[in-house]
Ligand binder design. Structure first.
Ligand SMILES: Nc1ncnc2c1ncn2[C@@H]1O[C@H](COP(=O)(O)OP(=O)(O)O)[C@@H](O)[C@H]1O
Ligand SMILES: [Mg+2]
Length: 313
């Protein structure tokens, strides 16, 4: 196994009797990445996460988290890995602060450092004025945010969130994802499983698409889209509606052009390479206008549909 990966699996497999929940999974996640697990219910996302955390023993294959085998050295793994399960459990009869104190103490933090860390975390997750309220009074979204504080309290190197935004409203979802993104900025490696494709697209550097225990595709949304939807082609949009024949001819003379189509208020150039800079130069030369080209982006939704035409989650 390679030390440069924070999370690595090789042919990781989990079988329940004859049923294979996770099937020869190969995963390599580097420091500071935000990696998204996507896929319909039952695809094997949670089972994979449980094996990464050492809560469930693999049937075969290898798994390393920060270089440790979670099945053999679960304590060393858990020391540096924060985990938020799909159904977060807090002590309902304790306040937000008391719950965080409890987790902090379990992780060996002393009362002195704990107090200031809890104060700042409750502030970060927007629960400062609810610090001393019983968790039983919390909404689902508030519990999710407290869950993030609970993950962050031990200042983990790796944070794993299983469906962190399920069942909360769009505003709560944004808050949770912003917090996760902020963790990533602090160099925490993040793994997140989710159904909310738009949201995942916003924060993930790479995604893995799971189906029936297998990771059927992985990569940045940009690369997956280009490979899957456009067969390596770039669609570059020039914000000019009608091209003069002269400009059109000049563009056609550029290398790798496949097609030029003008629509209502823009022109799309299909080509084999990203020739945005050259297009800008040509447009400037022919029209005297400095216009910014836009390379068409991909929607995770569209990529996902390629794999799950019938079984949308
Ligand atoms: N303890 C278990 N015993 C038997 N089957 C299980 C067990 N846990 C999970 N499974 C099955 O494994 C498959 C993958 O489940 P899971 O990892 O929870 O999927 P996901 O998180 O992607 O929705 C599902 O078909 C589920 O029913
Ligand atoms: Mg799950």
């Amino acid at each position: 196994m390679n030390n440069k990966f924070v999370i690595e699996t090789r042919d990781l497999t989990k079988a329940y009797g004859k049923f294979i929940a996770v099937d020869k999974l190969n995963l390599q996640i580097v420091e500071g990445e935000v990696f998204g697990f996507l896929g319909p219910n039952g695809a094997g996302k949670t089972t994979t996460i449980l094996m990464l955390m050492g809560f469930c023993e693999p049937t075969s294959g290898i798994v390393r988290v920060n270089g440790y085998d979670p099945a053999r050295e679960p304590i060393k793994v858990k020391k540096n890995v924060g985990y938020m399960p799909e159904k977060i459990g807090f002590y309902d009869d304790m306040t937000a602060r008391e719950n965080l104190e409890y987790t902090g103490r379990l992780n060996g933090l002393n009362s002195g450092e704990l107090k200031s860390r809890i104060d700042s975390l409750l502030e970060v997750v927007g629960l400062k004025d609810k610090s001393d309220q019983l968790v039983s009074k919390f909404s689902h979204g508030m519990k999710q945010r407290l869950g993030i504080a609970d993950v962050m309290i031990k200042e983990p190197k790796v944070a794993i969130f299983d469906e962190p935004t399920s069942g909360i409203d769009p505003e709560g979802t944004d808050q949770v994802l912003n917090l996760i993104q902020e963790m990533a900025r602090q160099k925490v490696t993040v793994l997140i499983s989710s159904h909310q494709l738009h949201q995942v697209q916003k924060i993930c550097s790479r995604v893995g698409i799971f189906s029936q225990g297998k990771m059927v595709a992985s990569g940045s949304v940009e690369n997956l889209g280009r490979a899957l939807l456009r067969e390596g082609q770039f669609n570059i949009i020039i914000p000019i509606a009608q091209l003069t024949d002269k400009l059109k001819a000049a563009i056609n003379a550029l290398p790798s052009i496949i097609d030029i189509t003008s629509r209502d208020n823009s022109t799309t150039v299909v080509c084999n390479e990203n020739i945005s800079d050259q297009l800008e130069e040509v447009v400037l030369k022919e029209t005297g206008l400095r216009v910014k080209m836009k390379v068409e982006e991909f929607e995770l939704e569209e990529i996902y549909m390629k794999y799950f035409k019938e079984s949308q989650p």
